[in-house]
Design a protein around this ligand. Sequence first.
Ligand code: AFD
Ligand code: MN
Ligand code: MN
Length: 431
Amino acid sequence: MTTQIIDSGQVEQHNASQRATLQADYDALGGMLSRRGVDIEALTAKAQTFAVALPSWGVGTGGTRFARFPGKGEPRDVTEKLEDCAVIHQLTRATPTVSLHFPWDKPADPKALRQQADSLGLSFDAVNSNTFQDQPGQAQTYKYGSLTAQSQAAREQAVAHNIDCIELGKTLGSKGLTVWVGDGANFPGQHNLRGALERYLDSAKGIYAALPDDWLMYIEHKLFEPAFYCTVIADWGTSFAAAQTLGDKAKCLVDLGHHAPNTNIEMIVARLAQFGKLGGFHFNDSKYGDDDLDSGSIDPFQLFLVFNELADATLRDGTFKPAYMLDQSHNVTDPIESLMSSAVEVQRAFVQAALVDRAALAGFQEANDALQSAQALKKAFRTDVSPILAMARLRAGGAADPVAAYRASGYREKVAVKRPPKAGASGSGIV
Ligand code: AFD
Ligand code: MN
Ligand code: MN
């Protein structure tokens, strides 16, 4: 039996207040779609198949390198993070998995953590290693890099940490390791550019060798920061080359915020999918670079275009299934509310992409009809699929309006009492 953290009677009461309006909107949309030859029931069933993993580090209040303004009732450890993740999944029914970050989330008893997740109806997605910070008592510093460090002892320590993450992940039931390193240089000349990548590949091979057969290693690239002149895995080309060098179990991970402004991310998605190296995503939105803003809050059309490529890739290969994760930092909102809305925004793009009339689009493309090709995409993007998303949640036992149901439940106020701030707590988001 799954433990429901929000009283299910309260959710039911919320849904009862919404049901009639939702049904009317759903029927109206169903009528419109059927005139376009689209079956709304098929779309709703498809929406129900959507799932995106939650980042454990996203349920705490984030911050910038200037400051962090903690919110009330933040989770203080990994078990409280799981409780918040369970609330998000209970109301959205779209987030059944959690991506942990070590050592921040290192459990005292991994088996007990797995049991807690299980009792909450959650399981674990890819685990993330952390070699971008020094931990108390650590023998070697990562000040000058981890997997690429000049110091062999530092490189070995970073590889060993990644292997520890795999071991922990095995006990938790994860099937993937996401590796993002901030290694790079702040000055031209500080690094031999080729030498740094050679060291990275050598270290990464040590991690890859410890991967179980049914695991994937996700290589996450990022343009800049914390190194401001160059970063070792700065772009999809380097990520692709590293994944090719390592082998079949190594794939590229695309974080939507890790590119220069105006980069055509959907084209990167198409390229990586074409060559079998698209492993997964960190969804968020961005105005400038690694802003970690809520998914769909700045450029929902870009998110749609990414899913349009994913829909195309799935049509070409039914087994194609990249991992979907959110990676956001919530500085001024309640993280639970942001993560619920963001999961729904990503799900919205998934459903809108399914609405594209692909036969018509292919016809327009063949005829070199640029205007109608663009309109075919816009037609799907402009369709408000909110009633489909709400109905999918309702049918799966979630909330018609997750944020309204959450606010009505008083969850945050309750945990604010139960979770007074604790020194040394590991609940914060990425700063
Ligand atoms: C940092 C990186 C990257 C990574 C995350 C978790 O920019 O997005 O996924 O930390 O390791 O924010
Ligand atoms: Mn990321
Ligand atoms: Mn990032």
